[in-house]
Design a protein around this ligand. Sequence first.
Ligand code: FHN
Length: 588
Amino acid sequence: MKSLVIAGLFASMAVSGVFGAEGMDTMWGQACVKLRARDAKRGQLFADGNYAMFIHWGLYSHLANRVNGKTYYGIAEWIMHERRAGIPVAEYKQFAEQFNPTQFNALEIAQLAKDAGMKYIVITAKHHDGFAMYHSKADAFNIVDATPFKRDPMKELAQACQTVGIGFGFYYSHNQDWTFPGGSGGPKLDENGQPATFDDYFEKKCLPQVKEITSEYGPIELVWFDTPDKMPKKYVRQLVDVVHRNQPDTLVSSRAGHGLGDYQTLGDMEVPPENVEGLWESVDTTNDSWGYAWYDENWKTPKEILKRLIACVARGGTYMLNIGPGGDGSIPERAANSLRRSGEWIRKYPQVVYGTDASPWQHALPWGDVTVRGKKLFLSVFAWPATGNLYLPGLKTHIRSARLLHGKEAVPIKVQSMGGWIKLRIPRRAPETLVSVIELDLVGPPQVDAVWGIDPDGETEISVDFAAVKGAVKESRRWMEKFGEWKRVTQVTSWEPNGRATWEVDVLVPGDCQVDLTYAGEGRLVWGVTVEGGQSIRNQQNASHNYQRFPIGWLHFPARGRYQVSVRCLEGQTQTASLKAIRFTPIQ
Ligand code: FHN
């Protein structure tokens, strides 16, 4: 259903390093990709299945982020790297002798993905540590030749995916290989003490292995290359050609590098605030790490999984959610439970997720999000208003009918049009504990005025992504919360004396609103908020190095209609003050 005409240019705002840009994101490569008409068949995978399972599983899973009794916090598959435990190559390789994942059960994993509502699995054939999780003839550092396990779990999983009827694909670290001489980050000398080049690694290991994974495991939906960094284009070209030659219907991730991928992968763990054009995916994980970390119990709840999945689908993309099986091959039970529970919901409301188009509002709404199928809108309500009203701003197309869904049952609900808004009369209690769904049947394809409306009954938070900025700098910023755990925001910073961020908002119910600002900064800051042609307020509040919400005061909207609301940073360390969002809460 999604358009295959790709613009594919990733928003190229500056990536600033206020908290210390740690560089890993720069390894993701040029994200600009263009799906060509001849690739339309490949693009179909994303059009039909917006949800997939990512699996990081390797020798690192056996270490689980603990070496010699010391725990390392961050993404566990990097444990051997010098920025983590710094395990010498020979020592790391020896761990293979202890790696015996006897609890691995391919059918159980494939069935879990299916129960979760996922349409295909992408698993690490080889991560940066160079250890192949399949039987590679090109290099003996693999799970069949180097461990007591002796089985090829990738053969078993490829088969299991066919059995349960989902797709299968491989992750392959093509540039970084920390154990093979000449690989990026790998030993500089070969086994004979001779200097090793990237070409050696490429010819002896990388290219033959990519040939293996694309020719010995049946049909592959996707090959997910990662962190191309400075890998020369000629190598990437060869790999992409091999994939397409061996598997003409296979998609290649943009992290192949040099714009040679078929579709765009956003930054790790990134759910974009605005619709993104073209064919894209977001990759995320069920806790904080990709690979198994013994301490990591920070699981996403079933509701959080659904919110992030629906947000990606509503922004026009695909969501791939990771699990990290343990060193024994078992799936962490809490991850499995969250996936199953969210999967039950998807089975009840498949029309919300699969084969849908992006929200015509282009962004989330205060209470949830919207997906589209032809003339039908699906309103996924994450925060059910207890007032009995749900407000929808800016819908211009006439509604033929509105129904509150409860599985296969549907209860008609009343619709009232007022001042360009729709008011839906809903029960005070949500029918679903996770996410309730309202279906709107329209007389034609949805036409929407995508201006932000201030919800009369709840909180409306609007990020600076949607603000026009003058005399200050709007920039995208990424940082690692823990090693490898990426966060991204858009912020407005470096305020000049007249600098301002301005939002257009639509007000349905006149009156007072509490205004809060979310920002980071230093010391105390004085902020001003002004309604053009109306009231101005100002206040001094503290600041924190991390984004926090602070109350500013009450602001008056005298009548129904459109307003320009501007924020300025008036006093204090205005150069480092970094505004993330404004929030309006009508005073009842
Ligand atoms: O370095 C890898 C990381 O270990 C993990 O595989 C993620 C998944 O997107 N990709 C790289 C960092 O972006």
